[in-house]
Design a protein around this ligand. Structure first.
Ligand SMILES: C[S@@+](CC[C@H](N)C(=O)[O-])C[C@H]1O[C@@H](n2cnc3c(N)ncnc32)[C@H](O)[C@@H]1O
Length: 161
């Protein structure tokens, strides 16, 4: 991405985020809108959802080793913690935001066992971990579907969804 080219890079990102927030902010005020509940946590443990209570599942899942979201998020986490931590201390209770046991990702560095494993062994473990996590997440989504109705699932491959 060219960060400084007019109409792309940072300008593009800010414009898109602002537009998305404006649309989202209108949703709770739309005709017939019901209360919105946003939760933050592991998609494999949606304990607040009853079995069969979900109308639709729309996901933008992590794609193996394509992006190390947890590591990237740590960069922003430490700055947000310093500037906004007092507002939501419960969101910033940990040193970094990486959740090594929760994040569905292929990250070889997490499976090297301090160098005891070769890169090939670590890769095999990393993929197995990712596939297991994704299976747990989709199993949890499946638990939420009503048994009697058709299944409605959306898998979004773009970030602006
Ligand atoms: C393809 S990205 C989604 C990006 C998002 N749609 C956006 O526009 O910013 C996949 C996301 O899934 C998150 N993720 C990975 N494991 C997760 C888990 N166990 N529970 C919830 N989210 C998880 C990653 O941290 C990442 O933010």
């Amino acid at each position: 991405m060219a960060a400084c080219v007019a109409g792309s890079g940072l300008a593009w990102a800010i414009e898109n985020v602002a537009e998305a927030w404006q649309k989202l902010a209108k949703l709770p005020r739309a005709n017939g809108a019901r209360p919105v509940c946003i939760t933050h946590g592991d998609a494999a443990n949606l304990l607040h959802l009853d079995d069969g209570s979900v109308t639709a599942v729309v996901v933008d899942p992590p794609y193996a080793d394509n992006v190390q979201y947890g590591e990237l998020a740590d960069f922003f986490y430490v700055w947000l913690k310093r500037t906004q931590g007092h507002r939501r201390p419960e969101w910033f209770s940990t040193y970094l935001c990486s959740r090594e046991r929760e994040e569905a990702v292929v990250n070889l560095a997490r499976h090297r066992e301090n160098g005891a494993l070769s890169a090939a062994e670590a890769r095999e473990r990393a993929y197995a971990f990712y596939e297991q996590r994704m299976a747990e997440i989709f199993r949890e989504a499946h638990r939420g579907w009503p048994r009697s109705s058709g299944r409605r699932t959306g898998c979004c491959a773009r970030t602006a969804c």
